[in-house]
Write a protein that binds this ligand. Structure first.
Ligand code: NAP
Ligand code: HSE
Length: 454
């Protein structure tokens, strides 16, 4: 018997989904059982990337959710509202939901999951992270026997596309961003991509699945590529690194007695402390994530006993994202076809939370750092910088001086120095203490860049 599908949105992703549903030949036989019943759009007159019966289109999305012929609601409209309310409305009507909307899931995932569990329906989100890469279901199911130590990845296709083209072709930032928008990679407001918010949404979702507890999305330290200086990309290259926008979620390794946390809930031993963050990062050229270029994403999962596993593939765009959406639809359709009793949910597919997690105080976390300082070019400056790092207990891996270009406050016509330091791993509080001491020195004009290094 046909399973009715209602689409909320027929943009990049929605059109990709509709294209798969309208050409079932050669795909899993269940695809042939899926029937597109209604599609919500804002502007029915707009040209579409897929040919559909125009009578399917409506402008009121509640008509899709409420249609009795729609069994599964697919939310690919984006934004927080009305997307969140429509998802909750579908759940209340006893309909399972598939969504690619990481912004909604990162903020309202707990509310939505609780509503779905109470109503006995699924909300599946494979397309919300990593585009066409299967990562949600592997974390929920295939890797469930592991203690996850770290999940790190390149999980924004737009920024990886921009960084790759800037590094490979010397292309201009604005031009490449416009290409990413034209190709359907970027969010409706690309600030979410370039300022790191989209990657923060996605790492919040991955952390929830990997560690079994939600974290506060708004508290994730987030830095994008919008303020990244091409000089640092060039210096990183000279020093044997590539710069990528990385999202990381890792267990905080300090002993429970020394760990302080950002949340009052984290004061108990039963709460798992996590270091979750998004920032441009220098990766050694040999690192498995350093070779991920263009719109591709990759997620490296490190756990015990599995070791390291890496998931790689196209992270955005119509086809890859639709591939993930349709996989979720098929999971729900398969369960429906088995005739599972109403309200009986597969706990792995439904993804339960089993403990409390909280972000740790950022000053207690440990990282390697890249710093670029603008200084006077005179004897003893490097020595003073080295001493300031040493006094704070920060060990230096390398220190290089370049001739600075442009005017500086010290010399009027420029001619200062640029000093690039890479540190060994150190607690953030010590690193900040060293930077404060360095910037207090009269020879140091400014900290021009400060990036994390793996
Ligand atoms: P999009 O191209 O902007 O498409 C959005 C669609 O939703 C459009 O068809 C739009 O109608 C419709 N829509 C928006 N608000 C509506 C409303 N209030 N009522 C009725 N229709 C409405 O967006 P997209 O790139 O497909 O992304 C959709 C979702 O998937 C977002 O959550 C995004 O984060 C996520 N996602 C996107 C990608 C990607 O590569 N693009 C990858 C993974 C996840 P009109 O066409 O008439 O304007
Ligand atoms: N704008 C997102 C990206 C789409 O570039 O990764 C995929 O989630």
């Amino acid at each position: 018997m046909a399973i009715g599908i209602g689409l909320l949105g027929l943009g990049t992703v929605g059109a990709g989904v509709a294209a798969i549903l309208s050409s079932p030949e050669g795909r899993h036989p269940l695809v042939g059982d899926l029937a597109l019943r209604r599609v919500a759009v804002r502007d029915p007159g707009r040209a579409r990337a897929v040919n559909l019966d125009p009578t399917l289109l409506v402008t009121d999305p509640t008509l899709v959710v409420d249609d009795p012929a729609v069994d599964i609601v697919v939310e690919v409209m984006g934004g927080l509202e009305p997307a969140r309310s429509l998802i909750l409305r579908a759940i209340a009507a006893g309909k399972s939901v598939v969504t690619a909307n990481k912004a909604v899931i990162a903020r309202y995932g707990e509310e939505i999951a609780a509503a779905a569990a109470a109503r006995g329906v699924y909300v599946l989100i494979e397309a919300a992270v990593g585009g066409g890469i299967p990562i949600i279901e592997p974390l929920k199911q295939s890797l469930g026997g592991n203690r996850i130590r770290r999940v790190s990845g390149i999980i924004n296709g737009t920024t990886n596309y921009i960084l790759s083209r800037m590094a490979d072709e010397g292309a201009a930032y604005g031009e490449v961003l416009a290409d990413a928008q034209r190709l359907g990679y970027a969010e409706a407001d690309p600030a979410a991509d370039v300022q790191g918010g989209d990657a923060a949404d996605k790492i919040a979702i991955l952390a929830g699945l990997a560690y079994g507890g939600s974290i506060e999305r708004a508290a994730i330290p987030t830095e994008g590529i919008d303020r990244l200086d091409a000089r640092d990309v060039a210096y990183a290259k000279e020093l044997g690194y590539v710069v990528k926008l990385l999202a990381v979620a890792e267990r905080f390794e300090a002993s429970a007695s020394t760990a302080t946390t950002a949340s009052p809930a984290a004061a108990t031993d039963s709460v798992l402390g996590l270091d979750v963050r998004v920032h441009p990062t220098l990766l050694p050229r040999a690192h498995p994530l350093a070779g991920v270029h263009g719109v591709n994403n990759a997620i490296l999962v490190e756990g015990e006993p599995v070791g390291q596993v890496m998931f790689f593939g196209p992270g955005a765009g119509a086809g890859p994202t639709a591939s993930a959406v349709v996989a979720d639809i098929l999971n729900i359709a398969g369960i429906r076809q088995l005739g599972a009793p109403a309200g009986a949910l597969d706990p792995l597919l439904a993804a339960s939370r089993w403990r409390q997690c909280a972000l740790v105080d950022g000053t207690r976390t440990r990282h390697r750092n890249y710093v670029r300082l603008l200084t006077r070019d005179e004897a003893g400056v490097i020595g003073k910088i080295g001493t300031a790092f040493g006094t704070a207990g920060v060990s230096i891996q390398s220190i290089v001086q370049y001739e600075a270009s442009g005017a500086g406050r010290n010399g009027g016509g420029g001619g200062g120095a640029e000093i690039v330091v890479i540190t060994h791993e150190v607690e953030e509080s010590r690193f900040r203490q060293a930077l404060a001491a360095i910037t207090a020195q009269p020879e140091v004009e400014t900290v021009a860049a400060c990036l994390r290094t793996l």
